[in-house]
Design a protein around this ligand. Structure first.
Ligand code: 0O2
Length: 213
């Protein structure tokens, strides 16, 4: 087994475990028959080629080391997709309360989006992985976003790959506009949901009123 395989193994384990745990949260909401703030969960270990690029960017030597584990906080990456913007806060609060991980940093790119138009809530966590040599703490990044934010980010990400980060100005502008359109869609959907909730409340109250005729 190569040095990199050995180094990356606990990250793979953490991603697999966290995916199961977050999917479990969704299952619990479903059993309780309440709206799940989690729509779906994905996870990945950063590919070696991306680790290499990040090392160049950050000026860290490309070798499996403690320094690299400290500098690259997203070698283990999880994504939690939500239907509504409000759900993001619910998920963030749930994660803050958990005893099996420790939140060490939060970045709110929803209140203040990135220059590109990117929106998402990021949490850097410390997660204990049990190995045959004992427990080790590893860092993982959890990105929490709506389906619309995810749609925008995945398309921008693939375009970014094609243009190697150097978008023509016209495309950059269009992407920013598309990010705003995605956010308007989120806002519109939240309003529709609130109105549906109000209507449901009204109808359930109305149904409970004894018929006086
Ligand atoms: P990939 O391929 O998704 O792994 P960092 O560079 O991570 O050390 P920084 O800048 O503080 O430091 O990280 P940030 O911006 O909080 O989070 C980086 C990750 O967020 C990225 O990882 C992306 O997944 C996502 N992200 C941030 N900005 C954008 C953006 O403008 N567009 C898209 N599509 N995603 C973004 P990687 O490693 O860059 O890429």
């Amino acid at each position: 087994m190569g040095q990199w395989d050995r180094f990356l193994e606990p990250y793979k384990q953490a991603v697999d475990e966290l995916k199961i745990k977050f999917k479990g949260m969704r299952a619990q909401y479903e059993i309780e028959n309440v709206h799940s703030p989690i729509e779906f969960v994905t996870g990945r270990v950063k590919p070696l080629a991306s680790i290499y690029d990040k090392c160049l960017e950050k000026g860290v030597s490309f070798e499996p080391s403690r320094k690299l584990a400290e500098e690259l906080q997203d070698i283990a990456g999880l994504r939690i997709m939500c239907q509504f913007v409000d759900d993001i806060e619910t998920v963030v609060n749930q994660l803050r309360m958990r005893n099996d991980l420790r939140v060490i940093e939060e970045k709110d790119y929803i209140a203040k989006n990135k220059e590109s138009g990117y929106r998402s809530y990021h949490m850097i966590i410390e997660y204990p992985v049990q190995t045959v040599h004992g427990e080790i703490q590893i860092l993982a990044e959890i990105q929490i976003r709506t389906l619309a934010m995810n749609f925008w980010a995945s398309i921008e990400h693939s375009l970014n790959y094609k243009y190697k980060g150097l978008f023509p100005q016209e495309i950059q502008l269009r992407l920013k506009r598309a990010a705003e359109a995605a956010f308007s869609l989120d806002e519109e959907m939240s309003q529709i949901r609130d109105e549906v909730r109000e209507a449901q409340k009204y109808f359930s109250e109305y149904k409970e009123t004894p018929n006086t005729y």
